[in-house]
Design a binder for this molecule. Sequence first.
Ligand code: ATP
Length: 687
Amino acid sequence: MLILTHPITELLHLWQEQRLITALDRHFAIELASIETINNDPAISEQQPQLFLLVCAMLSQQLSNQHSCLVIEQIDLANPMAEDNRGNAGINCRIELNHQQLIEQIALFDAVGQPGDNKPMIFEHGRLYLNKYHFFETQVAAKLTQLANQQIEIDLANSNLPQLIECLFTAEDSNSSQFNWQKIATATALAKALAVITGGPGTGKTTTVTKLLLLLLTQSPLTIRLVAPTGKAAARLSESIKASKHRLLQQLTQVSDPALAKVLTDSLKQIPEEASTLHRLLGVIPNSYQFRHHQDNPLRLDLLVVDEASMVDLPMMYKLLSALPSHGRLILLGDQDQLASVEAGAVLADICVGLKQANQHEASPWSMRYSAAQANLIEQLTQQDVSQFIHQQPKIGDSLCMLMHSHRFRGDAGIGLLANAVNQSNVHAIRQVWQHDHAELNWFEHQHNAQGDNTGKQALLALSVSAYGEYLSLVQENQQRINQQTIIDQADRQDSVITLPHSEQTIIDSFNQYRVLCAMRAGEFGVEGMNIAITDSLKHAKLINPQNEFYLGRPIIIQSNDYNLGLFNGDIGLILQDSTKPSRLMAHFVMADGSLLKVLPARLPSHDTCYAMTVHKSQGSEFDKVSFVLPHKPSSAQWQLLSKELLYTAITRAKNHFYCLGTSMIFEKASKQATSRASGLAWRLWG
Ligand SMILES: Nc1ncnc2c1ncn2[C@@H]1O[C@H](COP(=O)(O)OP(=O)(O)OP(=O)(O)O)[C@@H](O)[C@H]1O
């Protein structure tokens, strides 16, 4: 049944040394094996305990790699630990069974049960789960399906909704496409307790949701809450909603019918502008994994909008859905093509899977899927005939709408073209974009001059000195102004003209104009190496004086949650002078509600310098300019982390300029690697 070069417990050690599994994976397997009842049935192979350990280690390894389960069909039986793919020599384990036989053997394990069993592991539909993850997945699927099936009646004969929709969506919105997708998305969501509006950057998700909320508020008062997974994303959502409301208010001045204009303007004012983080919404209990709000203490709201839903992992989605009140409506916004959540699952991508075109060569990779009833309702509300999208699909399709036209990137703009080409893994198009010399795009090649210097890296460092120089000049200017102010205050000179310091917000905004994003954490071209190199270059340019750990201007990123301080993993702060006591340096953070939090550096939870950060941590943020750093010679393990989702997320963080340090071979090869997360959620939702 198994061919092993060493006893399985020794192999587990070896795989841990080779970093194929973590210490946690090994201990998990051993722990479970210690409670597994060894069946003495002679029909059962004596190798069953070894197989059990191997399967447990593989399942735990999958969970460590953010998969929700182990898909048995996907196990490479000839090389289950896939060691040679990662550059480690020798295959030391082989399963001498076919997949069906392996499934039969797994069913014999005492620790493995069927759905509903109280066993540590659950086997269902070719997938092996840890009981907890099976629970999360089934609950998320059940709740999403229940919400999707929940129809909110619209009395079309007496409703003013078609008229109101007509006022909000002008003919220009449709931008030459046959369909006005923002209008259709709004109608899709009006009669559903679940609405999922997805699309790339600048496709109008916020604009659409603002109009949707406005329409809903014209029908009945609602308690609405806006949330996002991180503080930065929540702050951005608040800004976008404010901007969108402002644009709509102007648009409403053009509405010719004063009665309709009044209804809409009054409702617009009721749309909340403040967004909070998911953690804050659910109510963090210090030192506990539980939240204050859950099934038995639901959130007090009628409608919840979750932005950047691609960042929400499976356990968090479960907690969120459990805390929704029974009448609560849910709107998920996000970009299904971005990197999936940092923890297990890819919930948004799994929800959208059913919209994927079977034929890869279609003009668009996605297509809506509506029931006849929903298509009919959409037509009545919008006068758009969507009957070509009628499909025999589960109801979840009626809750989905994908926006595909970016209003941020002009059709011929480099960033948008590059993001699309990467998304479609189209190497030919990627080459064309880079060869076109778009003003928004710059390529720095990893190449060495006669002195052995990497000229691409040098160019990127020079650019970073110039970009961060703008922010650091403001910091230095402030220091002078504060010093001048202090001298004048001490002299008590009434007639002195003083220049006020820049506000902390101005300085923070300036820092947020530019960011270096790295594909990797470790190594010369990872976050660690690039932070050292940028710090050295800034010091050399006399823009910083990093004599102490907490020097003026140092940007930091928080690495762990501190519920007491209200700081979370990924929050970014700047070490600046405290305006109330300039001799003191404080870490300054902008909170989700826009307020400023000042923390004494000595009290900070674990943190790192943040001139460069990982692409993963940059999700939910955008910068005017982005420099993206690819490794020079990726190891086999590093190759596994390079994917089209990583490139796409990095590119779409840039609003106006995208610089890339890399080699074209690495960029193109990475664009062909799509990440897939093992999960049964799509199957549960779409069948
Ligand atoms: N139908 C439209 N016609 C013209 N401009 C539009 C339209 N919809 C959105 N925009 C503009 O596109 C920009 C992005 O819109 P919006 O913020 O709604 O997109 P988004 O998908 O939420 O973006 P992000 O990905 O940044 O969250 C805004 O400046 C908005 O005014």
